[in-house]
Design a protein around this ligand. Structure first.
Ligand SMILES: [Ca+2]
Ligand SMILES: [Ca+2]
Ligand SMILES: [Ca+2]
Length: 264
């Protein structure tokens, strides 16, 4: 009896500590993805290095049709947390100095109306490392910071190529980030940081973002849930492709049947 009272008391105390934190950390609803542990090592070359390189990463919901992104991670030597991103911008095949890719992460997932010290922003402008700038929040806006090492802490490659996702030539971006480094460490959020990705095509003056919100308001970013699990087979690209084929067959069948149904 005493034991159950103790358990009940512990649960109440735990809820008291955890609930307020969970409730105040706003995020943009419907924009959540799972960051699975990789089955295949990523080679950061701005392309699908193998046909299965990105089938072990989840496709987030609510993507604009012009754009796709995925992420996955690897634990190296039981010490380093290597994070990888794939971004495909299907509607941009032009090389413009003003094109950019942008990644914002609320490391501690504290949310808020303006970027704080635990918020980082990565801008990759003009398809070259000369256009790479990292920013940190200062409570009201963004300030540049340079205390990182290219290739060791962060590495980005983009190329104009085709992929298993889209046979037309388009921009494909791969990003490596060492989350063991404090500037990218998301452990304070229990590996559930808020996140926002965007791509911009200067030729068409088109900006596409996930979520479609401001880069300056962490409360309106999506969320990534880190897990040590691998992606379930039901969520892999191959299965998704098979399911779409089934859907197409069913749709065709229904379309053929429709005239008869309408007569009835
Ligand atoms: Ca690759
Ligand atoms: Ca472009
Ligand atoms: Ca924050």
């Amino acid at each position: 009896m005493k034991r159950s009272v103790l358990v009940a008391f512990s649960v109440i105390v735990l809820c008291g500590i955890l609930l307020p934190t969970a409730l105040v950390n706003a995020q943009y609803p419907g924009y959540e993805t799972t960051n699975y542990s990789a089955l295949e090592e990523c080679v950061v070359d701005g392309a699908w290095t193998t046909d299965t390189e990105w089938t072990d990463a989840m496709t987030p919901p609510n993507l604009d049709e012009a754009f796709l992104w995925r992420e996955k991670w690897t634990y190296i030597e039981s010490t380093y947390i290597y994070e990888y991103f794939l971004i495909e911008f299907f509607t941009d095949a032009t090389e413009d100095a003003g094109d950019y890719f942008q990644l914002c992460i609320d490391l501690d997932a504290l949310s808020g109306d303006a970027p704080q010290a635990d918020d980082i922003r990565v801008d990759w402008v003009g398809h070259d490392v000369s256009g790479l700038t990292l920013y940190q929040g200062d409570g009201s806006g963004w300030v540049e910071f340079t205390d990182y090492t290219w290739e060791t802490d962060i590495y980005i490659v983009d190329t104009l190529t085709s992929t298993p996702e889209n046979g037309d030539t388009h921009w494909v971006i791969e990003v490596f980030m060492d989350r063991t480094n404090p500037i990218f460490d998301v452990s304070a959020s229990s590996y559930q940081p808020l996140i926002r990705l965007a791509v911009y095509d200067e030729s068409a003056d088109t900006l596409v973002a996930w979520p479609p919100t401001s880069r300056d308001v962490p409360s309106d970013w999506g969320r990534e849930y880190g897990t040590t699990e691998n992606i379930p087979e039901s969520l892999t690209f191959v299965t998704a492709a098979l399911l779409s084929s089934v859907a197409v067959v069913v749709s065709c069948y229904l379309l053929r049947r429709r005239p008869k149904t309408e007569k009835n």
